[in-house]
Design a protein around this ligand. Structure first.
Ligand code: SF4
Length: 167
């Protein structure tokens, strides 16, 4: 199974707490006005990389956790679910995932919801220019939420953090 990938950043500190391997996927249909990365919108952008290849890259870094961003990973939900499932089976790494969908929209759609059980944190919702706030950590507008899907947060994130245990 393949994922259309724009870029992979290793040992980045920009996408969640601590060191992370960040996978930036291609494709986003939300088209939020003011999007910081409109070049990521094309669904046929980037290059195809296999789940096996991405998993080996992630596993080769003993210390970094993992982030999925884009684009919107939920437009390639089957392949990201496969990757996330194998990360959870084969490593102890945490996974943060950014999406333009809200958690409620994802939970209402079984196809999208297949990825949720493997994520530790979902940063959800579209970017809303009227709610833009440059003081926020790891998100661009105040409607977006950092949602811990598993238990209690083990990272201290300054700012508003909404905690919703996943059931
Ligand atoms: S969801 Fe993210 S990548 Fe997609 S249009 Fe909105 S801000 Fe841009």
């Amino acid at each position: 199974m393949n994922i259309r990938v724009l870029d992979v950043l290793e040992e980045t500190m920009a996408d969640g707490p601590g060191l992370r391997t960040s996978i930036y996927c291609a494709g986003c249909l939300h088209h939020c006005p003011g999007c910081h990365n409109p070049q990521s919108w094309a669904m046929d952008g980037g290059t195809e990389r296999s789940v096996d290849e991405l998993l080996e890259l992630i596993k080769s870094d003993e210390f970094s956790n993992v982030s999925f961003s884009g684009g919107d990973p939920f437009y390639q939900v089957e392949a990201f679910t496969e990757l996330a499932r194998r990360i959870k089976e084969e490593t102890s790494k945490t996974i943060w995932c950014w999406t333009g969908f809200t958690l409620e929209e994802i939970q209402a759609d079984p196809h999208l919801a297949q990825l949720l059980p493997y994520l530790d944190v979902l940063v959800d919702g579209p970017f809303v220019m009227a709610l833009r706030d440059t003081e926020l950590h790891f998100r661009g507008s105040s409607n977006q939420r950092i949602i811990y899907l598993k238990g209690q947060p083990d990272d201290t994130i300054p700012g508003t953090v909404k905690i919703i245990p996943f059931k």
